[in-house]
Design a binder for this molecule. Structure first.
Ligand code: NAI
Length: 265
């Protein structure tokens, strides 16, 4: 059943590829896109949401008028990303690429982190954004009808945190890659923007790096002007805007979705 509040047709006629769309933020982005009329390719290494529930593409099929398809995709494999983008051809060609898939660890001092673990994180969190953008941009330029790329960075892409240097490095890379691609692709009418979420309640913050529901999480909330952690839908709504024609003159932007945390205190 459609949600009247969220259905505005902001993405009517568009087709999107969302990586990491089985779970968390990517799942919310894929779902909100579909609620706004976009057909969605759900690209992820897994089909079942990490937090449980029906697979994203099935939820979209049953709850919206949009079409959705799941493609098994490891974003560290260029061929998988290529296949995901090509799947959008079934809908008539890609209009929006969302590079969202990411992991959190390794954690610890640089004296303890293995270089191999660093490389793995960079492959998933940064290299994949380059490759995914390259594949999508090639199609979009060829189609000659504009388009949008939305990359998911983090507050950690704007400042350092001693325990997660690899994550911060990757997310800062995503930000500057975004600016550079906006410059590169702007003459083709392709907009490239990044979103910087603060702490959002997903498996990443309940399982991988447990903050939600902990004393640390409660203390963190008190440092955020809006006094709450983000929900995946908060990030998804920002992605809808950046993907839509409402953001027609918005490119090379880094949009904070953090309850005010970054620009205060
Ligand atoms: P999540 O763990 O809930 O979901 C991530 C999804 O990415 C999962 O479905 C997972 O299977 C998929 N994925 C992981 N490795 C993959 C690979 N190699 N290929 C394809 N898919 C893969 O995490 P969450 O929180 O939804 O994170 C999404 C993005 O948002 C990440 O880039 C993360 O760094 C970023 N982010 C999250 C924040 C948070 O507080 N949850 C805050 C700031 C940024």
């Amino acid at each position: 059943m459609k949600n009247a509040f969220t259905m505005n047709g902001l993405l009517d006629g568009k087709n999107a590829v969302v990586t990491g769309a089985a779970s968390g933020i990517g799942r919310a982005i894929a779902t909100r896109f579909a609620e706004e009329g976009a057909n969605v390719v759900v690209a992820d290494v897994r089909e079942e949401p990490r937090q449980g529930g029906v697979p994203t593409h099935e939820r979209i099929q049953s709850e919206t008028d949009a079409d959705a398809v799941y493609v098994e995709c490891d974003v560290t494999e260029a061929a998988d990303l290529e296949a995901a983008v090509e799947t959008a051809d079934e809908f008539g060609g890609i209009d929006v690429m969302v590079n969202n898939a990411g992991i959190f660890g390794p954690m610890g001092s640089i004296t303890e982190i293995d270089f191999e673990d660093y490389r793995e994180l960079m492959a998933i969190n940064l290299d994949s954004v380059f490759v995914g953008s390259k594949i999508a941009a090639t199609k979009l330029v060829d189609q000659d009808d504009g388009g949008a790329i939305v990359n998911v960075s983090s507050l950690a892409g704007l400042q350092g945190y001693g325990e997660i240097a690899p994550y911060c490095t990757a997310k800062a890379g995503v930000r500057n890659l975004t600016y550079s691609l906006a410059d590169d692709l702007g003459p083709h009418g392709i907009r490239v923007n990044t979103i910087h979420p603060g702490e959002v309640e997903t498996a990443l913050t309940t399982q991988d790096f447990p903050v939600v529901g902990t004393e640390q999480g409660e203390a963190l909330k008190q440092t955020i002007p809006l006094r709450k952690l983000g929900q995946p839908e908060d990030v998804a709504n920002a992605a809808v805007f950046l993907a839509s024609d409402m953001a027609g003159h918005v490119t090379a932007e880094s949009l904070l979705v953090d309850g005010g945390a970054r620009n205060t205190s």
